[in-house]
Structures are given as C-alpha cells and as structure tokens.
Design a protein around this ligand. Structure first.
Ligand SMILES: Nc1ncnc2c1ncn2[C@@H]1O[C@H](COP(=O)(O)OP(=O)(O)OP(=O)(O)O)[C@@H](O)[C@H]1O
Length: 240
C-alpha cells in the first residue's frame, strides 16, 4: 500500500470549497507532479498533506513519520532576514530527528559538507541566506531536506526564479532522492520540467483531481508547448 493516499478528500480556504472528492495514492519512491491553473488548489493540497490545513471531509493517510516529512514552500513565502548561514540552514535539517538544542556531531558536519558539495554550494557555506541568489537559496533549502533524510518531500514551484544550472542540479538531486525511496510531490508549471521529472501527474481542475501518466498527458497535448504555462482549457476550469 502506498505511504501517502487521499480518501474522498475535500479542502476549503476562507470558507470556500476548493477541492472535492479527491482520491488516489501517490506512488512510493517516485515523483508526482501536481499541476493545474492558478487558484486550482495546488498549494491548498500541499498545506493539507503537511497537516497545516485540516480537511473539511475525507482524509489523508500518511504512514511516513512526521520528522521525515519536508516542505519547500514557494520562495516568496520565506523570511530570509533571519541571520543564518547556508551551512547553518542545512544543519537545521537534523532538528526534526535530533532536536534543536543538542548541538551537532562531527559526522553531521561531514554529512552537511557532502550535501553542499552535491548541490554545488560548498563555497557559500558561511554566506548569510539574505545574500544569496534565488537559485543558491533553493539549493540550500533542498540541502536542508537532504540533511533531514526526508521520506516525503513536498515542493511548491521549486524552479520559479532560479537559473538553468540550478534547475539541472535540483532535477538530478530530486531524481536521486526518489530512486532512494522518497515520495516526492512537486507543483510544476512547465512542460519540460514535467517531462524531466514526473513519474505520475495529478491535475487539479474544476475542483476535482485527475491522475495521468505524464507521457500520455504530454502526447495528448494536455500541456502547452514549452515554455508556455498550462493551456487555457485547464485555466478555465479553475475555481478561484
Ligand atoms: N488563506 C486563504 N484565504 C482564503 N482563500 C484562499 C487562501 N489561500 C488560498 N485561497 C484561495 O483558494 C483557492 C486555491 O488557492 P491555491 O493557492 O491553493 O491555488 P494554487 O493552485 O496553488 O494557485 P497558484 O498556481 O496561483 O499558486 C484560490 O481561489 C485562492 O484564492
């Protein structure tokens, strides 16, 4: 049985129903792309899976322990004025399992160094977060989830405002994480990114969810040619 499944789920925002009768399982050790027009409810579903938005009906079944669930919010949602270096941010990935007050072991520093190297940010280890570019910041945030050894990773538009090199690095790391067993759900808008990443697709439209095979969806013209966003027939179904 899949480690993350939705059962006749309904979600609301500000008293208005956004999604209804959503059911299905996210495949383990695989990447599911969450797509849909603006306002279709992608971020709402991510919030519900993370447990910060209670369902108004149905339920979310998740057997992955809370300390192994990680969430990369949209970049705009982050407060980066907090004085912290890249290395310190990556190290906080050990907090959910080890606690914030216990100090770090030498092997954890080693692990953080390996992660920063994998992400190409070793030279930025002692740089404050506030001085990073969008791409550098996104690499550091993904580094934190690697440190956490996340088994469920939710990402909300991780490629927005990042450079092409970062897209390549992040894509490789996400594929490796899925291969190693992580269940990944990623909000995407771009056809090329969907082709490069997705093993499965959950399309939200008209308040409902539709599961697709990515190749079938791409071949059927269900997504516009790159790099355009989703086609209008999907946007029309949005419930904003
Ligand atoms: N805090 C809130 N209070 C009231 N309504 C909200 C709130 N957050 C979102 N909504 C509404 O809920 C609906 C779904 O929003 P959501 O952010 O989940 O969409 P989305 O698919 O992630 O959109 P986008 O692609 O623009 O990020 C929209 O109609 C939105 O206006």
């Amino acid at each position: 049985m899949a480690r993350l499944a939705l059962h006749d789920l309904a979600l609301a925002q500000g008293g208005r129903t956004v999604i209804e009768h959503l059911a299905g399982a996210f495949p383990d050790a695989a990447i599911t792309a969450l797509i849909g027009a603006n306002g279709a409810g992608k971020s709402t579903l991510i919030q519900a899976i993370m447990g910060v938005l209670p369902p108004i009906a149905g339920r979310i079944e998740c057997t992955i322990p809370r300390e192994r669930r990680a969430w990369l919010p949209q970049q705009l949602a982050l407060d980066l004025s907090f004085p912290m270096s890249v290395e310190e941010l990556v190290m906080t990935g050990s907090w959910p399992t080890r606690g914030a007050l216990r100090g770090y072991r030498p092997d954890q520093y080693r692990q953080a160094r390996e992660i920063m190297q994998r992400l190409g940010i070793s030279q930025l280890a002692h740089r404050p977060l506030g001085e990073l570019s969008g791409g550098q910041r996104q690499r550091a945030l993904l580094g934190r989830t690697l440190m956490q050894e996340a088994e469920l990773l939710l990402l909300d538009e991780p490629f927005a405002n990042v450079d092409a090199d970062t897209v390549t690095v992040l894509t490789g790391v996400l594929r490796d994480m899925a291969r190693a067993g992580t269940t990944i759900v990623v909000v995407l808008h771009d056809r090329d990114q969907l082709a490069a990443l997705a093993d499965r697709v959950l399309l939200l439209a008209e308040g409902r969810g539709h599961w697709h095979d990515p190749q079938e969806l791409l071949q059927s013209g269900g997504m516009a040619a790159a790099p355009a966003p989703l086609p209008l027939h999907l946007a029309r179904g949005a419930t904003r």
